[in-house]
Ligand binder design. Structure first.
Ligand code: NAD
Ligand code: UDP
Length: 323
């Protein structure tokens, strides 16, 4: 792959910062953009002084100006946590979430068009809503309540996909769409309320793990390094239709809690909290990754226990606990 000059929005976030690291390691020049609404400069601190990295503090909902020629634009800026108990949850940032998905996608597509650059949209498994098809293939149209509390995220991403395809079909922009499934790893927010940070911190404090509902709902957790590898393969490919990237190994939230307790050595068990579940919390979620296997030659390699150990080490560091 030729060396590219790449704009990454959401660069100070969990996934955006890992993407910066990986694409810098591949030899590209990166311009990160973020307004820190849910991200943190800490995630990029290690890149200070790197001559191939620069940063622009900016809200992507407003017109974007980046000096110089760009070869690629990767749009990752958006709140991403569904948890209503967190100040970072998109339910508590509803307008900003819709603007990042709608106006932010429009503005970043405009930047790609002006530069004749390739474009990659970070979409989500949430566009499938509370799925009636299982596992979810890219051909599934989804089951989304357009006015439910989750709709600010789901519908913004669905609009973002539609706009990306419109720019591809009408303006001939070289676009890609990745549908990201649940991902975990170092640099996740400690307090964004998602299940991985909640469970790990509770386990490290020797508290019971809070299970929303009966814990039979499932998720399929992908370690961040695997996910980033899939996204970069998609970026380097010529595929224009959406591709699921995630780990197909499905686990119930209850089994997941037991595994974290076992790795950490937490004896406090679990606690069921029926009132905490967000309306529309999907009961099952598992990607069908056949297309990613065929088109990108990609599949996840890191097993859940190894990935959790890496993530737990990061949380210990952030919580000032001995390693
Ligand atoms: P994150 O909150 O850690 O990162 C998002 C970043 O975008 C943050 O740094 C935030 O400050 C920035 N941002 C938000 N709105 C902005 C705006 N208007 N202007 C500039 N910057 C803005 O979340 P993440 O988990 O890294 O998610 C990154 C992307 O991946 C999002 O688009 C999300 O929808 C998508 N995604 C993530 C997951 C996952 O499991 N983490 C799953 C599916 C999709
Ligand atoms: N969950 C839980 N306890 C927590 C946080 C989340 O049982 O402390 C559940 C949540 O209800 C959902 C699953 O874990 O069924 C994954 O939630 P998360 O917030 O990580 O994101 P989602 O997969 O819903 O986007």
């Amino acid at each position: 792959m030729d060396k590219m000059r790449i704009l990454i929005t959401g660069a100070a976030g969990f996934l955006g910062s890992h993407l910066c690291d990986r694409l810098l390691a591949d030899g590209h020049e990166i311009i990160g953009m973020d307004n820190f609404i849910t991200g943190s400069p800490d995630n990029l601190a290690h890149l200070a002084g790197n001559p191939r990295f620069s940063f622009i503090r900016h809200d992507v909902s407003n017109f974007i100006f980046v000096p110089g020629k760009l070869d690629a634009v990767l749009h990752f800026a958006s709140p991403a946590s569904p948890n209503p108990t967190s100040p970072y949850g998109y339910v508590n940032l509803p307008i900003q979430t819709m603007k990042a998905g709608a106006l932010g996608t429009h503005n970043t597509l405009g930047v790609a068009r002006k530069n004749h650059a390739r474009y990659l949209l970070a979409s989500t498994s949430e566009i499938y809503g509370d799925p009636l098809e299982h596992p979810q293939k890219e051909s599934y149209w989804g089951h989304v309540d357009p006015i439910g509390v989750r709709s600010v995220y789901d519908e913004a991403k669905r609009f973002a996909e539609a706009l990306t395809m419109a720019y591809h079909r009408f303006h001939g922009i070289d676009t890609r769409i990745v549908r990201i499934f649940n991902t975990y790893g170092p640099r996740m927010h400690l307090d964004d309320g998602r299940v991985v940070p909640n469970f790990i911190q509770q386990a490290l404090r020797n508290e019971p793990l809070t299970i929303y509902g009966d814990g039979t709902q499932t998720r399929s957790f992908c370690y961040v390094d695997d996910l980033i590898d899939g996204i970069v393969r998609l970026l380097y490919s010529d595929e224009h239709l959406p591709v699921n990237i995630g780990n197909p190994n499905e686990t119930s939230i209850l089994d997941f809690a037991h595994l974290i307790n076992q790795i950490v050595g937490n004896q406090a068990g679990v606690q069921f909290k029926p009132t905490q579940r967000l309306e529309g919390d999907p009961q099952r979620r598992q990607p069908d990754i056949q297309r990613a296997k065929e088109i990108l030659g990609w599949q996840p390699r890191i097993n859940l226990e190894d990935g959790l150990k890496q993530t737990i080490a990061y949380f210990k560091y952030k919580m000032n606990l001995p390693s």
